[in-house]
Each structure stands twice: as structure tokens, then as C-alpha cells.
Write a protein that binds this ligand. Structure first.
Ligand SMILES: [Zn+2]
Length: 280
């Protein structure tokens, strides 16, 4: 039996040109975000709980209620200071959200990180007993000298935080050339979806008749995935487009419910089993 829950840890507002980039080259894109005066609506900061016979798996940990506190974001970082508005109350942090849904955060076996941006890694401290998994590339990125500049708030990682980096060595899977079997039965796979960050991964859950694709920030919404949009801060626009194409191909091979962290309709699609329809 596999069951997937879509959870939200408060909300975030980002710039309109961050949601969907107007330019392809990164310097122009990022400058466009920094100078943009228009804000998105309040978007959910999503994460997901998967109940599987081999244990409880959490995908991403959402944002911290301290994210707006003075000194939490690096003072010298223009994007962190001026380009995101966050609304997370203490009871909206992932640990409390899990408890409200009847799950003990200390009993989560594995936490999969789609990537390590602050609003996905803000709840790490709730899971001292869990094994953390991310791509080897993302693990290298959080250990690089420019990690904080690239949006990784490494100063907030607990001392015990020692994630496993995986290299997608379990062969091709559907539209993806590489994959990693997270569970022994192969029903939960991690696939590389580089672009937003170079080490970004997505989670594909095989529900039998259909798949659930948990995309994190591989696209910001189903609509963006269908359109092949890239976001304003992605590291590599070409890889981002290739990843959205592979996600669309997955939806064409098998009925698929797509889930994205900033997508207001993720929870609705999951609850009502709404499959993503890819046009020609
Ligand atoms: Zn991100």
C-alpha cells in the first residue's frame, strides 16, 4: 500500500519574473528578477509525505517560521533580502503539520531533498532520526565555497546533518535516462531533473495504474511544465527545458498526477486524481 499526502508549510510570494523568466541568459534573467516590482500571489510551500510498507518517506521539509527573523537570511544577499516574502507560522512548520496529520516527525525513515534551497531545507531540524537523501551533485553544491551565494543556507543545518548523495545508478526509467530505486520494490524512484539547480531531482511514485510525479521546483506549476517555461533564477536554462520535456514525456507514457512545490493546485490534483494532459 502506498499513500501520498501533499502538505504545505505556509506561503511564499516571489517576483513575477522569477515565476516565469523573460530572458534565457542567466545574468539578464536574474537582473530581471532583482528589478521586478510585481509580486506573485501567495503560493504554497509544498512538501510531501509518502506512506510505504518499507517506511515513511518525506519529500522536502518546507520553510522555517524563522525565515523572516532578522539575521536568518544573509544580510548581504539581495535576492534573499528583497525578492521573497515568506509567511510561515510556528504551527505551519513541517514537523507540526505532520503531527496535525497524525504522524510523528521522529518516525520518518527517509527525507528526500529535491534540492536544498532555503524554502525546501528550512525544516531539516525536525528530523534528527531520519536518513537524508539528495543527489550527489546537490550535496557537492551545498559544500561548495559559493553555496550561500547560490541560495543554500548552510549556516542553519544542524550539526548532525550528514546527507547521503546518490548517483542514479539503477538504470533508465520511463522517459529518464537514469534513476535511483529508493525502495527495494522499485515503486519509488528518484530521477535527475537538473536545471533549477544542477542537482535537482524528482520523485516518481508507481501507484500501479498511474504515477505520481513529485517535481519540487523542477517546474513551479503544472502549467509551467506543460509550457516548458523556465524560472527566473534557474542555474541552467537548457537543462531546465530538457527536464520539463522529460516530465511531459512521462505524463504521455502513463497517466500521471504532477506535484510541484509552488503549485496551488497540487493538493487538488492529488486528492481528486487529476492526471496531467499533455497536448501535441
Ligand atoms: Zn528552489
Amino acid at each position: 500500500m502506498i499513500k501520498v499526502h501533499c502538505l504545505a508549510t505556509g506561503w511564499v510570494q516571489i517576483k513575477i519574473h522569477h515565476q516565469v523568466a523573460r530572458f534565457f541568459a542567466r545574468p539578464a534573467r536574474v537582473l530581471d528578477v532583482l528589478t521586478d516590482k510585481k509580486w506573485s500571489p501567495k503560493l504554497p510551500i509544498g512538501c510531501w509525505l509518502i506512506e510505504h510498507d518499507e517506511g515513511l518517506i518525506l519529500v522536502d521539509t518546507g520553510e522555517s517560521s524563522r525565515a523572516n527573523d532578522k539575521g536568518y537570511q544573509p544580510w548581504w544577499h539581495p535576492f534573499m533580502q528583497f525578492c521573497e516574502r515568506r509567511g510561515v507560522k510556528k504551527h505551519e512548520e513541517v514537523g507540526e503539520v505532520l503531527k496535525a496529520n497524525g504522524f510523528d516527525p521522529l518516525h520518518i525513515d527517509t527525507v528526500v531533498m529535491t534540492h536544498m534551497h532555503g524554502d525546501h531545507a528550512g525544516g531539516i531540524a525536525h528530523f534528527p532520526n531520519s536518513r537524508f537523501v539528495m543527489s550527489q551533485t546537490e550535496k557537492q553544491a551545498i559544500n561548495a565555497p559559493n553555496a550561500v551565494m547560490n541560495g543554500y543556507l548552510t549556516m542553519h543545518y544542524p550539526d548532525w546533518f550528514k546527507p547521503d548523495g546518490i548517483a542514479f545508478n539503477d538504470g533508465a526509467f520511463e522517459s529518464f535516462e537514469q534513476s535511483h530505486k529508493l525502495t527495494k520494490d522499485g515503486k519509488i524512484r528518484l530521477v535527475p531533473t537538473a536545471g533549477h539547480t544542477l542537482g535537482h531531482l524528482a520523485v516518481v511514485v508507481d501507484m500501479g495504474e498511474y504515477d505520481i510525479l513529485i517535481g519540487g521546483d523542477a517546474s513551479y506549476s503544472e502549467q509551467d511544465m506543460l509550457a516548458g517555461n523556465i524560472d527566473g533564477v534557474c542555474i541552467d536554462g537548457h537543462l531546465h527545458q530538457q527536464s520539463t520535456a522529460k516530465m511531459r514525456q512521462l505524463c504521455q507514457r502513463k497517466p500521471t498526477i504532477t506535484q510541484f512545490a509552488y503549485d496551488e493546485k497540487s493538493e487538488y490534483r492529488l486528492k481528486n486524481k487529476v492526471f496531467t494532459v499533455v497536448g501535441d
